[in-house]
Design a protein around this ligand. Structure first.
Ligand code: PEP
Ligand code: MG
Length: 888
């Protein structure tokens, strides 16, 4: 016979899987000798067996009976007794807490006879009949599936008849009548009488709790919280104690530290003459726990002792539910309590200082996403606000500003000192100046790897993208949304964590942790939260194996990344270096009809690029800087086709034919691609446009030589994007090697450069053993790798249809946010294995957006990468998670 039922005296807190969280902790407290009402737990194993077959597993009923008899013996009372009956509660309790999602039935054991016994034993007929009517109501609704309205209607009718407002104003006779009415409701709705046999009641309640694992709301909750569907729930059967036996009784909830701030103290709520359910339901106002001291000093002292004992035992913040019955304290539940991010850091640090936990344990107790929340400004939670719409939260933070519909306006107003939110349908590289000038970016299209999202994250600007309800009318200078028409210049607020967009300016509070981590605040102002974060970061740096680099394209970003603790640049996207005034040079390169023109354009670009790299290498002196050769399609550097066509047509009409504009229009038409993401970009561009790679390589290597000559320690890495097949890399690498050799001879210097490739095309991952033959390093470009593995356009799908995919449970989370381990992840591990087969010392990193995502970082640790690279603001989060990946 299987073993499905465990007395509280048998289990321990380690057995959450089998006994559920509540059951395991009840057993633990019983073992500790705390005053826990006796009882037993029916295991999750029994639930799984029941859910699989629709039948209780063999032997379970006999086991329950044995434990009920034992419980009756312990309590010296029996279920259904006509003199002094035992009452029990039946509660759900899964491995992971699912508050309010599953069923509970209280006061089981009452029937027409035992209710009289309870009245006698308790000396209160009112209490006994009130308990009975509560049982009928709960049992009817949860076990028998009767709409709870049916009971509520009867109660309201009775109160109206009696002219009273509150339940407590009903008299004994009223409650007796209500019991009869509820019994009639049950008979009428089910065709059966309420079961008078207490054992039958318990059995039915246990089945109801098992079944409640599958209710729609429970399924939905698990999907949202990513709790596996096949765990099942345990059921706890426990002797009832009563907090509603007059003023010497009551119920409450307490915390061993403040779950909001993490500070020590006496925190909790108490409600005299009430059941635990009344405290939670908020029917009457509770008083702060400290007031219990005056009401019932002995119980208060006993509770403080229990709190201290539990906190030391669990070595963590505990959240405790208790009941006082006629001056006697009972502990009904405890668990390690939920807390805010700031409380998590304070508590873990304080406990380490108190010697309760070691430094590794501190890292297990705080997460990267909690740290991220401490780094960004937040909207003042008490401030009123009106939400206009919700998009994709793409770069965290909270900000308000005047709506600017063009990059130019954002720049102009920013220069006046105004706070600006750049609002665009989508952004493109031309919007960069506006994005720099703005405090936040809001777009109507695009997901988490859209241009707006990637660039905003890189710069630490708050960003909400894909807010599809925004109707942006640049002509009229208006944005229409949710019945509002906002003129350009009006205020709007965006929350880059939740994706919410609010009307007007919502007040914001700044992050002191950010100022301290970034080194822009003086040590004297550092509070204990900053001290806690510093402690965590110091220890994380000692524990982690992977390096953390930053994706940074400018000297400012590089400097910030260094301040945040980056140990290099893992991705410098060079394309922005071709914008602004330099764009005209690229235009000339594209339009050149002979080699001389082409070379002239490249020759003008060379010194500009060289200066870019010299500055970057100087800023990151002594640290690796991975410079990626130009990636985006050429047409991005040319004017918009429609606008140009109109301009050319008008000029021709007015007899002002402009030959250069005609050539430009031809080039735009020629370079147009249906699928630019799959077109002439990355390494393909370098092969098709002669001289481009040589120019960029020369700029990097001359900058390196200059830095060496100046006594610096430059460590450039040249990275080739979008390689799909080894011959591409062989060709381009030969071109770079030739430049390096030429400069070595010209300058008489050995150049410390590594040449490697991105792995962002599935074919590259699958043929990594060949590609590694020409690469000193691989950097996984998981944005493109995800796009090409799934066939999902990274700019469109998130806002277009992912919400439907989430609703259907097809995707638990966007694969652009957290690496899809089964698919994209398997390409990564394949490429790691194949690459290192060819070259055991191959250096491996990741520079897609996943490099800053906690879950993905844990995967990259397992995959054996040497580093992750992410936006500068994400560096502290990645440092912490890289350490946690070794511990959890
Ligand atoms: C990538 O594809 O993951 C990557 C880092 O390159 P980009 O985002 O610039 O395409
Ligand atoms: Mg890419």
């Amino acid at each position: 016979m299987g073993h499905y039922v465990y007395a509280f005296t048998e289990g321990s807190k380690e057995q959450k899987e089998l006994l559920g969280g509540k059951g395991a902790n009840l057993a633990e407290m019983t073992r500790l000798g705390l005053p826990v009402p006796p009882g037993f737990t029916i295991s999750t194993e029994a639930c799984r067996a029941y859910l699989a077959t629709g039948e209780l597993p063999d032997g379970l009923e006999q086991e329950i009976e044995v434990h009920l008899v034992a419980l009756e013996k312990t309590m010296g009372r029996s279920l259904g007794d006509a003199d002094d009956p035992l009452l029990v509660s039946v509660r759900s309790g899964a491995k992971f807490s699912m508050p309010g999602m599953m069923e509970t039935v209280l006061d089981l054991g009452l029937n027409d006879e035992s209710v009289l016994g309870l009245a006698r034993a308790s000396g209160s007929e009112r209490f006994a009949f009130d308990s009975y009517r509560r049982l009928l109501q709960m049992f009817g609704a949860t076990v028998l599936g009767i709409d709870s309205e049916a009971f509520a209607v009867e109660l309201d009718k009775l109160k109206a008849d009696r002219g009273v407002y509150a339940d407590v104003d009903l008299g004994v006779a009223d409650l007796r009548g209500l019991v009869a009415t509820y019994q009639a409701v049950i008979r009428q709705r089910t065709g059966h009488d309420f079961p008078q046999n207490p054992r039958e009641q318990v059995r039915a309640a246990v089945l109801a709790v098992f079944s409640s694992w599958r209710t729609e709301r429970a399924v939905l909750y698990r999907r949202q919280e990513q709790i596996p569907d096949d765990l099942g729930t345990a059921v706890n059967v426990q002797a009832m104690v009563f907090g509603n036996r007059g003023s010497g009784s009551g119920s409450g909830v307490c915390f061993t530290r403040d779950p909001a701030s993490g500070f020590k103290g006496v925190y909790g709520d108490y409600l005299a003459d009430a059941q635990g359910e009344d405290v939670v339901a908020g029917i009457r106002n509770t008083v702060p726990l400290a007031e219990l001291e005056a009401l019932d000093r002995p119980s208060f002292d006993a509770l403080i002792d229990v709190m201290s004992l539990l906190e030391h035992h669990y070595r963590d913040l505990c959240d405790i539910e208790f009941t006082i019955e006629n001056g006697r304290l009972w502990i009904l539940q405890t668990r390690v309590g939920k807390r805010t991010p700031e409380a998590a850091f304070r508590i873990a640090h304080a406990m380490a200082q108190e010697g309760m936990i070691d430094a590794d344990e501190v890292l297990r107790r705080v997460t990267g996403s909690q740290l991220a929340q401490l780094l960004f400004p937040r909207f003042d939670p008490t401030a009123p606000r009106e939400r206009l719409t919700t998009g994709v939260g793409a770069s965290p933070g909270a900000t308000s500003g005047r709506i600017a519909l063009t990059s130019a306006n954002a720049v102009a107003w920013g220069a006046l000192g105004d706070d600006v939110v750049l609002v665009r349908r989508e952004t493109n590289p031309d919007d960069l100046p506006g994005m720099i000038a703005a405090r936040g970016v809001l777009t109507a299209r695009g997901g988490k790897t859209s241009h707006a999202a990637v660039v905003a994250r890189g710069m630490g600007r708050t960003c909400v993208c894909g807010a599809e309800q925004l109707d942006i009318d640049s002509e009229r200078g208006q944005v229409r949304v949710s019945g509002h028409t906002l003129a350009e210049g009006e205020m709007v607020s965006i929350d880059g964590t939740t994706g919410e967009v609010f009307l007007g300016a919502v007040p914001v509070t700044d992050s002191e942790v950010l100022r301290h981590l970034e080194g822009t605040a003086s040590d004297e102002t550092a509070g204990d939260l900053v001290a806690a974060v510093r402690f965590v970061m110091d220890h994380a740096d000692g524990v982690r194996r992977m390096e953390v680099r930053a994706n940074a394209d400018t000297v400012d970003d590089a400097a910030r990344a260094r301040r945040f603790g980056a140990s290099g640049i893992g991705l410098c996207r060079t394309e922005h270096m071709f914008l602004g005034p330099r764009r005209e040079l690229v235009e000339r390169l594209i339009l050149a009809t002979d080699d001389a023109e082409k070379e002239a354009a490249l020759a003008e670009l060379l010194p500009l690029q060289r200066q870019d790299f010299t500055d970057l290498l100087a800023e990151m002196d002594g640290l690796p800087v991975t410079i990626r050769l130009i990636d985006p399609p050429l047409h991005e550097f040319l004017p918009d086709h429609t606008q140009l066509a109109v301009q050319v047509a008008l000029e021709d009409d007015h007899g002002d034919r402009d030959a250069r504009h005609h050539r430009l229009l031809d080039a735009v038409a020629r370079l147009h691609e249906q699928n630019p993401m799959l077109g002439l970009r990355g390494v393909r561009l370098g092969i098709v446009v002669p001289g481009l790679v040589t120019m960029q390589a020369r700029a990097v290597l001359e900058a390196t030589a200059d830095r060496l000559a100046a006594g610096g320690d430059p460590r450039p890495e040249i990275m080739i994007p979008l390689v799909a097949t080894a011959p591409e890399l062989v060709l381009v690498r030969a071109e770079i090697d030739a430049v390096a050799e030429a400069i070595r001879i010209e300058r008489g210097l050995e150049l410390p450069v590594r040449i490697g490739t991105m792995i962002e095309v599935p074919r590259a991952a699958l043929t990594a053993h060949r590609i590694a033959g020409s690469a000193d390093f691989f950097s996984f470009g998981t944005n493109d790798l995800t796009q090409m593995t799934w066939g999902f356009s990274r700019d469109d799908v998130e806002s277009a249809f992912f919400s439907t995919y989430f609703d259907h449970g097809i995707l638990p989370v966007s694969p652009f946010e957290s690496i899809d381990e089964d698919g994209v992840g398997s390409l990564v591990t394949t490429a790691v294995r194949l690459g290192r087969e060819t070259r055991p010392d191959l250096h491996l990193g990741v520079c897609g957006e996943h490099g800053g995502d906690p879950q993905s970082i844990h995967f990259f640790e397992r995959a054996g990468l040497d580093y992750v690279s992410c936006s500068p603001f994400r560096v502290p989060v990645a440092r912490l998670e890289a350490a946690r990946a070794r511990l959890v």
